[in-house]
Design a protein around this ligand. Structure first.
Ligand SMILES: Nc1ncnc2c1ncn2[C@@H]1O[C@H](COP(=O)(O)OP(=O)(O)OP(=O)(O)O)[C@@H](O)[C@H]1O
Ligand SMILES: [Mg+2]
Length: 325
């Protein structure tokens, strides 16, 4: 399907080597392959990256600045591809990123799409995402951390390594913390193998800022900082509609309004986690709908019955029992 646009590490030619690029162009012509692309449209058609960008726009509610930044990164890679075809210097840009935001704001979801885009534009070979936390990288005993971290890096090579709550790697209160060892290995690989591995650090903004202050080496290797804001009420409602639709459910008369009221109350309560809380709420409403239908033993259930969330399925939530603040 999509041809890699950058050289695969270990195979000739290096992405930044103009002479090699020209040689490879000649080789492509000799072997009867199509001419190198000359227009943005040709690169887009060749890589099919536009489909992923459009899906990102369509599937994800809000997140305008995040979507724009991803388009910018895609544009850079496309233009680099065209530069390469002209024998211009097109060094693999550093694409390590940091996604900050509260729980449920879409960081993991966007990281998955990012991996696909990087793959389609030939930046990474495979385009998979390996999601880890401190415990996957750092060992309990002396000598355990390096092999653990290297094993994870091996798995992630050719794709994206997503480190959730990355700041837990650094524990200044613990003098001999093994996290430091993991950080050092990561730093090396982020520098030396950046054309085949993209690292995305994710977590709360304030903690990430503190982490970067204490780890300037890490900070200087991160090229893109993307902030994921909390969703507004209207966005959460739109997310709910989208999730329901994808599961072949819909709100019955009045249920959408009841859910909007639910959200208003839920946001004000502790541990509200944006789109994740919306998904969990919908799951509980489906449970209540099922129990309601289950109780009605003899009635033939229509397609409509089976796919409609009614007002009582929403209103039975505990959230309505608590007094509003
Ligand atoms: N903008 C959005 N539009 C539609 N669905 C979304 C959006 N953002 C998140 N979701 C959905 O919400 C759920 C949680 O999103 P995700 O796991 O990406 O968040 P996160 O920021 O990684 O959260 P956490 O910090 O808790 O890991 C997923 O099911 C995802 O599909
Ligand atoms: Mg996540």
């Amino acid at each position: 399907m999509s041809r890699p646009l950058y050289a695969i590490p270990g195979s000739a030619p290096a992405a930044g080597d103009a002479a090699a690029a020209v040689a490879s162009t000649a080789a492509a012509a000799a072997s009867g392959l199509a001419e190198p692309p000359r227009t943005v449209a040709e690169v887009l058609a060749d890589s099919q990256v536009e489909a992923v960008l459009d899906e990102l726009d369509r599937d994800l509610v809000g997140l305008a600045p995040v979507k724009q930044r991803i388009r910018d990164i895609a544009a850079l890679l496309v233009v680099d591809r065209l530069r390469l075809a002209h024998g211009l210097q097109a060094q693999s840009p550093s694409l390590h990123m940091c996604f900050t935001g509260n729980p449920g704001t879409g960081k993991t979801t966007v990281a998955l799409r990012m991996a696909q885009i990087l793959h389609r534009l030939g930046y990474v070979r495979k385009g998979h995402l390996v999601a880890v936390t401190r415990d996957d990288l750092v060992g309990q005993y002396i000598g355990h951390t390096a092999p653990k971290t290297k094993e994870v890096l091996k798995k992630a090579m050719g794709g994206v390594l997503f480190i959730d709550e990355a700041y837990y790697l650094y524990r200044p209160e613990n003098e001999r913390d093994y996290g430091q060892e993991a950080i050092e290995i990561l730093l090396q690989v982020m520098e030396n193998q950046r054309d085949d591995l993209v690292v995305i650090l994710a977590g709360y903004k304030d903690r990430m800022d503190t982490f970067f202050q204490s780890n300037p080496g890490m900070s200087s290797r991160i090229a893109h900082h993307l902030d994921f804001p909390d969703y507004a009420l209207g966005e959460l409602e739109a997310i709910a509609q989208r999730m329901l639709g994808a599961m072949n459910y819909r709100f019955g008369p009045g249920a959408r309004e009841a859910f909007a009221e639910y959200l208003q109350r839920r946001i004000a309560q502790p541990h509200f986690a944006n789109a994740r809380s919306v998904r969990n709420a919908l799951d509980r409403m489906r449970l209540r709908q099922a129990s309601r239908l289950f109780a009605d033993r003899e009635r033939p259930l229509s397609r409509d019955d089976l796919s409609t969330i009614e007002v009582p399925d929403v209103r039975a939530s505990r959230v309505f029992a608590a007094p509003t603040a």
